[in-house]
Design a protein. Structure first.
Length: 355
């Protein structure tokens, strides 16, 4: 039997729950005929300041130990921007010291801001790191164009791999709808994610239109208490669920009608794909790679970050027939384009192409 190619996946493993950690958790569930996946957690298991400080010192020694033990042919580094990128720079150079092939997977929707805010010296380092990798993976054709032009990279060295999910986990056959929409948000509860806008939209719907539409909010973060206080003060129909995963999370997706994402920055958020698979109408800001997935009036609606009035108008213009029509379309779209088994096969081809 021919030996499989071993790929060491480097990134944050759950907990905590985030875009990259969910991606890696999905990858652990895939059985590939060509590739054997091993995993190295770049974050400490206990997310405290002390654990982070200690782990940032020992992480490279732990990685070196795993590298020598596993003996992978390829290192696949999953990174965001800012501190994540700088930490992974050390991983990449250690890998190259041992003549390993390196794939860098750029998940961040903030990378252009990260690059522009750096000094000229750091910009040269960032460029050198990207050129050191054998392959780069980004989330959309728009990001591929950005990396190619900004860092003078050969376009053949950059592959576009959109995020993906296990679509069948989210499909709810014979779903029945109530007259009042259930609008779902999932993610960090921060200003960058547009959570203050969500609160203002809920106020507008209640005060201006006397709407009883419900906002189901999954996640945790600095604005949790702010949202809780505003909900009580203004009697808003917002359910704060905290962090959910597994069956609890998919249950909330199956119960919702709309996936709402008011973010100011994104790459290609998994929740958009989860919403498609669950048959949601997608209402989102037009940031990152989202406009490549969400087509205006076809499978959802887009608006500029911060435009509360536009978001309210979109929500109020929805009706049951339109929701049902888009719902069926989005389930098919997710099955055809964003199932994780298809993504895993594409990754296998990328790995084999650099050996």
């Amino acid at each position: 039997m021919e030996k499989k190619t071993t790929v060491l996946q480097v990134g944050p493993l759950p907990p905590p729950i985030g875009g990259i950690s969910i991606f890696l958790d999905h990858l652990r569930k895939v059985d590939s005929g060509e590739v054997s996946h091993e995993f190295f957690n770049i974050f400490p298991n206990k997310n405290t300041k002390l654990n982070k400080a200690i782990y940032n010192i020992v992480v490279y020694f732990k990685f070196l130990f795993v590298l020598l033990k596993v003996k992978p042919e390829i290192i696949h580094v999953h990174t965001a921007a800012y501190r994540s990128f700088w930490k992974n720079t050390g991983i990449i150079y250690i890998s190259k010291l041992f003549n390993k092939k390196v794939v860098m997977h750029l998940h961040s929707g903030h990378f252009s801001d990260f690059y522009e805010k750096n000094s000229d010296r750091n910009k040269r380092i960032i460029t050198k790191v990207l050129h050191t990798c054998d392959k780069l993976i980004c989330l959309s054709s728009g990001w591929k164009e950005y990396y190619t032009k900004t860092f003078d990279l050969d376009s053949n060295r950059i592959e576009v791999v959109t995020n993906a999910i296990f679509v069948d986990d989210y499909i709810s056959p014979n779903k029945s709808r109530t007259p009042d929409l259930n609008i779902l948000y999932i993610g960090s509860l921060t200003e960058n994610k547009g959570l203050k806008d969500l609160v203002e939209i809920a106020k507008e719907l209640k005060n201006k239109y006397n709407s009883n539409y419900k906002f189901t909010v999954i996640g945790n973060g600095p604005l949790y208490n702010y949202i809780k206080d505003e909900k009580q003060k203004h009697s808003l129909n917002i359910e704060l669920c905290g962090e959910l995963s597994g069956n609890e999370k998919t249950r909330e997706f199956k119960n919702a009608d709309v996936l709402f994402l008011p973010s100011y920055f994104e790459g290609m958020p998994l929740c958009i794909l989860e919403g498609l698979a669950a048959g949601h109408v997608i209402i989102s800001t037009n940031v990152g790679a989202i406009p490549e997935v969400v087509k205006e009036s076809e499978n959802g609606y887009l608006y500029q970050p911060g435009d509360v009035e536009k978001a309210v108008r979109i929500i109020m213009d929805l009706n049951k027939d339109k929701v049902d029509e888009i719902s069926k379309k989005n389930v098919r779209y997710a099955q055809e384009s964003y199932d994780f088994q298809q993504l895993a096969k594409k990754l296998d081809l990328i790995y084999l192409s650099i050996l």
